[in-house]
Design a protein around this ligand. Structure first.
Ligand SMILES: [Zn+2]
Length: 108
């Protein structure tokens, strides 16, 4: 998957087109992602007991990866992901626009 959790993306198709958000979940086997604040649906939950009120909650719905585009954290532009394989076999994601490494660095 070219998109990873915590990537900043922009929606390029559908009703949420133009919305930006952070990827909170990647479902790689389905090529789908859940983006923070994008494609939420309202769900009505029935009251479980008498006297209780039903609730309305918002649930995020995953969107297809072809409907989003990565926003490069280095140049802040909508971009495509490229790959760079180093001599030691490490695979890095790079921005096709600014050629910078866009791997999420997790410091230990
Ligand atoms: Zn870039």
């Amino acid at each position: 998957m070219k998109i990873k959790t915590n990537d900043k993306v922009i929606v390029t198709a559908g009703k949420d087109k133009g919305k930006k958000g952070k990827v909170i979940k990647v479902i790689s086997e389905k090529n789908r992602v859940v983006v923070e604040g994008v494609n939420f649906i309202k769900k009505h939950i029935k009251a479980k007991r008498q006297g209780e009120k039903g609730q309305k909650i918002t649930v995020p719905v995953s969107i297809n990866i072809s409907n989003i585009s990565l926003i490069c954290p280095k140049c802040n532009k909508q971009t495509k992901v490229g790959y760079l394989v180093l001599e030691n076999g490490e695979k890095h994601r790079i921005c096709k626009k600014c050629k910078q490494d866009i791997a999420i660095q997790v410091k230990k």
